[in-house]
Structures are given as C-alpha cells and as structure tokens.
Design a protein around this ligand. Structure first.
Ligand SMILES: [Mg+2]
Length: 394
C-alpha cells in the first residue's frame, strides 16, 4: 500500500505553560514550597523555579508529508531538544514513510546511545515519536487509540493532582494527590505539619476517597519510612517518587517495610524499557508511572506496558494529557489515570497543557468518555496564538 513520505520535520520552542507545565506565574500551587532534591539548600526551598525547573520550556515537533498532511506533538526540552531534533534526529525521519514508526524509533535511539539513553535526548525522541503517531492518525483519519489496538473501556476514571483534594472530590475525581512540602532536614516537625494537612484533608473527604503524597525525589529511605508510618493513620493510598530515580535499591528496601496496604509508586523520571525493567524486576514499586513525553514516546510506552503486564503491575502514566489518554483507554492494566490540576488554586478543571492546545479534552465529573477522543491523531491543534520560535531552522 502507498503511504505518504515525511518531507519535513521542524522543532519549535515556546515558553509559558503548555507542555512545560512547571513554567507558571507566581502563586501557582505547583511552585509553592514543594519538596525537591534541591530542598536541602534553603535558598532553593520555596520555589522550584528558583533552581530552574522551567529553564528548558516546551518543545513542539511538527511533521509534514509530501502530500501536505501535518502532525505534531508537544513535550518538554525546549531549545536543546530542538537542536537534537533538527541536527541529529531529522535524518532518520525525513524521507521515511509515515508508517515506519518502529524503524525510526530504533534508529533515533541507537544513533544517540553514545550520549543519550535517558533525560533530554529521550524527551526529544519522545516528542518526535508522538508527532509520528499524530501524523499517522491524520493520514489514516483515525484516532491514535484506534491505531494501537482500540479502547477497552468507554470511560476512564481519573484522580487529581493538586493542592485541593477536597475540591477534587466535589469535582468527581476518585482521589487527590498532594505535593509533600518538607524535606528530611526538616525532620519530625516537618512530618507533623504534613500530617496536620493530611488529617484535615481526610476529615474533609471522608474515609473512602483516595489521598496520596507526591514527594518528587526529595527523601531518604529513612525519612520516607517515617512519613509512611505516620500517614498510615490517615489511610494514605500511596507514596510517590520519594527517592531519587537512580536509587532502585532504596525503593526495593522501602517497599518491603511500608505499612500494610500502602503502595509505593514511581517512574515519571524513568525512561525506556530498560529503565522500567529495573523497577519491575527489582520490586521497586507497586505500579509504574511513566510519562509518555519523557520515557521514549508511545512506541516505547507500549513495550514498557507489556513488560509491566507480565509482572502483574499497573501502568498509571504521569500527566501528559491527550498523549496519555489515548494510551490508557487501550490498556487493561491502566484502569485509572492522572489529571494534573493546572488552575493556580487547583479549584477548577482546565486542560492540562492550557493554553497551548485547542480541542484538548478534560474529564467530566472525573471521567473521560471515549467519544472525547474520536478525532484523527491525538485530536488536538496548536493554538494559533502561540509564539513559536524555530531556533535551528534548516
Ligand atoms: Mg509525581
């Protein structure tokens, strides 16, 4: 069968919200006293922007065929990722058929192995891969979920990540995840303050609503264990990403001594099937949380998911809006999903990558119906108001 040829790949950057969702204005909950690996330095404790969490910005990858059909995707990585796409990855994309996604992925990954493997390079590869899936959907006039096996459910339930689980419950979500604000140097008083906040939320939401802590790589095994023991009283459902991503041994040790029923989760800063193989085979967590924009794209996430399935482990992707929605709908081992509350006070539902995309669906009453994804590709358009910059135009 004839398939169109990819004629152009273009990499753009844009700042301010969007796929780089940490790039928000002042007084946003996502930048307010969240514990991080940099919290050990008081100067970088109050704001994640103070240590440069938003320094990269968004990467937009656009593809165009010889017949004029376009596809695109957004992720983080900004200008250095744009450099990698234009100067290195483009050669594996331009001139290829739109349906050669597996071949393109393999060439991008192996050609960058000597300086890549994870982090920024895999972000860039993820952006190209997601744009390829969007383009294939545009060419075939099918939603991405239909290209990867089709939906296994009509409605996807969501939990909400943000500062107000009490409001998330009213909005129909199945759970609420709070960002932990204290670091190990703040010791027992820090834990006590967190437990007051958790207790207030438990009182507000009642006994059955899920409450979780996201710890963004900020803890030690000992501190995370103390937090988990204290939080058991409030029926904390899971403790997320409490250790640095490289400490597989710490995760495995911590998981063995968590209170009964409490889950340990991680993976949003892990990449590729090999990284997740470490998490799964070492028993590091109860389920994995890959970000499809960072872990290698949809092509790689499908492999990670198959591996997790063989370990009886759920895949609950980190954020990433439509790029996750099309995936989770097709997987039995992704029975619920994350929604990141991007309203500054976490008090209403706005599209996760707002204001970047048009037609970006959001859960209604905590549920996303499959009909919301019934458009070609990932079903979204770039806002014409965006200030796109192409730093390495060829
Ligand atoms: Mg997280």
């Amino acid at each position: 069968m004839h398939a169109p040829i990819i004629k152009h790949i273009r990499a753009f950057t844009v700042f301010g919200g969007g796929a780089d969702y940490h790039d928000q204005g002042a007084d946003h909950w996502i930048d307010d006293h969240i514990a991080t690996p940099m919290s050990r330095y008081p100067a970088y404790r109050q704001s994640r922007q103070s240590f440069g969490i938003n320094v990269l910005g968004t990467l937009v990858v656009e593809l165009e065929t010889d017949t004029g059909v376009k596809g695109f995707a957004v992720t983080t990585g900004g200008e250095p990722a744009a450099y990698i796409v234009e100067k290195h990855l483009a050669r594996f994309v331009e001139g290829r058929r739109v349906d050669e996604i597996e071949l393109i992925w393999d060439q991008m990954f192996n050609a960058t192995l000597y300086y890549g493997r994870r982090g920024l390079v895999i972000n860039a590869i993820s952006g190209v891969d997601l744009a390829l899936w969007d383009l294939l959907g545009q060419v075939r006039q099918l939603p991405v979920h239909a290209l990867i096996g089709g939906a296994v459910r009509d409605e996807q339930p969501f939990y909400a990540t943000g500062a107000r689980p009490d409001l998330a419950k009213q909005m129909g979500f199945i759970g609420g995840k709070l960002a932990f604000r204290h670091n190990p140097l703040q010791g027992t008083p820090g834990i006590r303050t967190e437990m007051e906040r958790l207790g207030q939320m438990r009182d507000a939401v009642g006994p059955d609503f899920w409450l979780m802590f996201d710890c963004w790589m900020s803890m030690t095994v000992d501190y995370a264990h103390q937090v988990a023991v204290a939080a058991a009283e409030y029926d904390l459902k899971w403790i997320e990403e409490c250790l640095p991503p490289d400490d597989y041994w710490g995760y495995a040790a911590l998981r063995k001594k968590l209170p009964p029923k409490m889950l340990l989760t991680t993976g949003e800063h892990e990449a590729t099937r090999w990284g997740f193989r470490m998490l799964l085979e070492m028993g590091c967590c109860d389920f994995i949380q890959p970000d499809v924009g960072w872990c290698g794209g949809l092509t790689e996430l499908l492999k990670i998911s198959a591996l997790a399935d063989a370990h009886n482990t759920m895949v609950i992707p980190h954020g990433s809006s439509v790029y996750s929605y099309h995936f989770v709908m097709t997987r039995q081992n992704s029975p619920f999903a994350e929604f990141l509350m991007m309203a500054p006070k976490a008090d209403n539902v706005v599209p996760m990558f707002s204001p970047m995309l048009l037609d970006e669906p959001v859960p209604q009453n905590g549920l996303l119906h499959i009909s919301a994804l019934d458009k070609p590709g990932f079903g979204v358009r770039l806002s014409p108001d965006l200030q796109l910059h192409r730093p390495y135009e060829r």
